[in-house]
Design a protein around this ligand. Structure first.
Ligand code: ZN
Length: 214
């Protein structure tokens, strides 16, 4: 069973087994792919968008369907400002705790919310499983319809037991060319993202990196 939520730097054994997921972009160019899960919400998503704009950076947002329905204007801002958008289920289901049929229904429900709220046609169907957890049956089914996007660098910004400095360090010490970094535009991660994101953008921009969407 896929469980990727344990490591700051995803081990190669896991990426080898689930090799049809995108874990990292194969490039030597100085590009980092920031991703934000669990939004959009008014408490933190606009902050993230403002920071990205300041640094001319783009990112990919894995949105929860019901948050899009509650905050369509923030969702619109994500799209208008040139970021990419992916599916993160309708209400953040854990694949391990749900029957396949319910899980797939929840994914499709989120996809139809995405489709009806996007102004541009969705050209690539991106999906990221909440908690990085999927049963093998869910992995096989979803990979035929979606690009499953995981990560190689986990900031742990959702972890209430670690400091904001540690979150920053996790990203600064592990991100490299082609890295897919996970952060969250969620209430739990808010203070850590407010602290770490501007410093991540500043640090890597000074080193000649660009931030692009997937
Ligand atoms: Zn999530």
């Amino acid at each position: 069973m896929l469980d990727a939520l344990l490591f700051t730097k995803t081990p190669s054994l896991l990426t080898a087994v689930y090799r049809e997921c995108l874990w990292k972009v194969n490039t030597n160019e100085k590009i980092i792919y920031l991703t934000f899960d669990d939004g959009p919400i008014p408490e933190i998503t606009p902050f993230v968008l403002d920071e990205l704009k300041k640094w001319n950076a783009h990112a990919t947002f894995f949105c929860i369907g019901k948050n899009i329905e509650t905050n369509p204007e923030i969702f619109q801002r994500i799209e208008n400002e040139g970021h990419n958008i992916g599916n993160h289920t309708y209400d953040h289901l854990n694949g391990w705790n749900n029957k396949d049929e319910e899980y797939f229904e929840n994914v499709e429900k989120c996809q139809s919310v995405l489709t009806s709220n996007c102004q541009l046609p969705i050209v690539n169907f991106l999906f990221r499983p909440p908690y990085g957890k999927l049963k093998p049956s869910q992995y096989s089914n979803l990979k035929s319809r979606y690009k499953l996007v995981m990560w190689d660098v986990l900031s742990f910004d959702f972890d209430l037991k670690i400091s904001e400095e540690k979150v920053l360090k996790n990203v600064l010490e592990n991100a490299e060319a082609g890295s897919i970094v996970v952060m969250h535009d969620s209430l739990k991660a808010k203070t850590k993202v407010e602290f770490a994101l501007p410093k991540v953008l500043e640090h890597f921009t000074a080193k000649g990196f660009k931030f692009e969407k997937l």
